[in-house]
Design a protein around this ligand. Structure first.
Ligand code: AMP
Ligand code: MG
Length: 521
């Protein structure tokens, strides 16, 4: 027998999604409304010169891919969409969504194409999906492609989130297509050609709230039911057959995992930027990295997304509330399978409870407390966040420093680095008073520093760090991408914090890509 470990065909491919669910009967790859189907069969459109720019070795290993495979020409070809190998059954999923509060109808995988499912050697099934692989029936008026800058951001941030311990879709590879893509980055009529790229994303499932909404909106309850049955079988097997109780339990669990995800975003200072219901994973994963950003100075009203700058619907401090709003939209979609308003209400109330628990646990972890003592601890927290907003104060640096605060001569010393401008006497005094309360509260708590440093990252993928990697990559140098990927692996280590963990440099304060991002990608 010949050794084919360097070949993608050696993987254990499966096709549960396309073999279980109704397919689009039409096979033409033209933009259209697709009814009565969960997906359309469509293949990637070939690109000019696929070249592997970056690889997540840990993701590759998890999928059972050898180095011989990931360094082969065939790998770059397949991850660039130029080869569909035996076992793959490519498709684009049909979904809808509420965008910025309005029902937008059919959206779907307009530029993402799932190649197939791989079951790894411990039996975990993953979907491998190319983002930017060309048009699909869901592309509407767009080209199905993605630019290098947004692909670098998705590749790096997916992996950074994974290592931070935040539930997320993963990234396997980043491939340059060799073709250019035309984009109007600032929406000012100045279109320009940019290098194109494709990220291979990986998740147990890319199902979104919008995947269910589209069928409910079309009153296609049969397809809705089949999709829910598929979801239970593969992702919630303990729920059993589809009935009123199991669907309520599903909604409750999606609410719990969503609430936990929101607390995780608040813990690490992540702003998704576009929490539309088509970007909400039913597994509680961070999904669809677009104009996301990281909090530098602590500011709940901040969003990097220029499209949302005036409304601030999806700003940092609104995310938990928006998660709840989105869950109600999912509840509406599932309602035909439940038909009991009280049961739905109690599932929604569970979201509020889960958020309150998760955010309480976040406060405990961020402050290094032993337990949450209720109102007094909540006040300690809100006074701190109020202080961090009085003058621009870096969130990440501040919490990293807070773990080192001790009843020393000047307890403010370890957090001085967090201030973007040196604090004046009044601010120093306010901090002094807060620190006194804090030190009193944490007196006698063992192992506080170690626990806080394992909870409050020193390294996050600050907007300017990704932007530097993009600018270097556009000039042909990929080294910063690998350096950041390496740094992202140990976000809680002090060494990394020293190299990339400092606060945002002054030049990045108002620079596009560092402080603001458009949806053009
Ligand atoms: P997003 O805001 O990235 O979640 O995208 C919203 C919808 O637009 C999804 O259905 C995407 O598939 C689609 N979309 C975004 N960019 C493109 C593109 N360049 N080509 C085709 N569809 C796109
Ligand atoms: Mg999306």
């Amino acid at each position: 027998m010949s050794d084919n470990s360097h070949s993608l065909t050696a993987l254990n491919w499966d096709d549960s999604f396309v073999s279980s669910l109704p397919a689009d009967p039409a096979s033409t790859n033209t933009s259209r409304q697709v009814r009565g189907a969960a997906f359309s069969r469509v293949e990637p459109t070939a690109v000019g010169g696929p070249k592997l720019l970056a690889l997540s070795e840990s993701m590759a290993a998890e999928l059972g891919m050898t180095t011989a495979l990931t360094t082969s020409e065939g790998f770059a070809e397949a991850m660039g969409g130029n080869a569909v190998v035996d076992g793959m059954k490519p498709y684009a999923a049909c979904y809808g969504g509420h965008q910025f509060g309005q029902w937008a109808g059919q959206l779907g995988d307009g530029r993402a194409i799932t190649l197939g499912e791989v079951i790894n050697d411990v039996g975990i099934r993953y979907e491998l999906q190319l983002k930017g692989a060309g048009p699909t029936p869901y592309s509407r008026f767009a080209d199905g492609r993605a630019v290098l800058r947004s692909s670098i951001r998705e590749f790096l941030c997916s992996e950074a989130m994974h290592y931070l311990g935040v539930p997320t879709t993963r990234a396997l590879s980043l491939v340059a297509t060799g073709d250019s893509v035309r984009r109007d980055m600032f929406y000012n009529g100045q279109e320009k050609a940019e290098p194109g790229a494709i990220v291979c994303r990986v998740a147990r499932s890319f199902l979104r709230f919008g995947s269910y909404q589209i069928h409910a909106a079309r009153n296609d309850i049969d397809t809705l039911r089949r999709l829910v049955a598929y979801t239970f079988e593969h992702h919630f097997p303990h729920l059993g057959p589809v009935n009123k109780d199991s669907v309520v339990a599903f909604l409750t669990q999606v609410g719990q995992s969503t609430a936990q995800l929101m607390a995780e975003w608040m813990r690490v200072g992540f702003v998704h930027g576009v929490m539309n219901t088509d970007n909400m994973s039913i597994l509680g994963l961070t999904i669809d990295y677009g104009p996301y950003g990281w909090i530098d100075n602590y500011d709940p009203s901040w969003t990097p997304n220029t499209t949302d700058a005036s409304m601030g619907r999806y700003c940092f401090g609104m995310q938990a509330q928006m998660g709840g709003w989105n869950l109600v939209r999912l509840a509406e979609a599932l309602y035909p399978l439940i038909d009991d308003m009280d049961a739905v209400k109690s599932a929604i109330e569970t979201y509020e409870k889960s958020w309150s628990q998760a955010s309480g646990a976040m406060v405990v972890g961020k402050l290094g407390l032993d337990t949450h003592r209720g109102e007094a601890d909540q006040l300690l927290w809100s006074d701190l966040t109020e202080l961090m907003q009085r003058e621009p104060t870096d969130m990440t640096v501040c919490f990293r420093g807070l773990s080192k605060v001790a009843a020393a001569e000047n307890p403010l010393d370890p957090i001085l680095d967090a201030f973007y401008d040196p604090p004046g006497p009044a601010l120093q005094e306010a901090w002094g008073a807060w620190l006194e309360r804090y030190l009193d509260r944490v007196k006698g708590i063992e192992g506080r520093q170690a626990r806080m440093d394992a909870f409050n990252p020193g390294f996050v993928l600050r907007n300017y760090l990704a932007q530097e990697a993009i600018e270097q990559a556009e000039a042909g140098d990929m080294s910063r991408i690998s350096e950041l990927l390496e740094a992202a692996k140990t976000p809680y280590a002090d060494g990394v914090a020293l190299k990339f963990g400092g606060k945002r440099p002054e030049w990045a304060r108002n620079k596009p890509g560092c402080s603001t991002l458009s949806c053009s990608s």
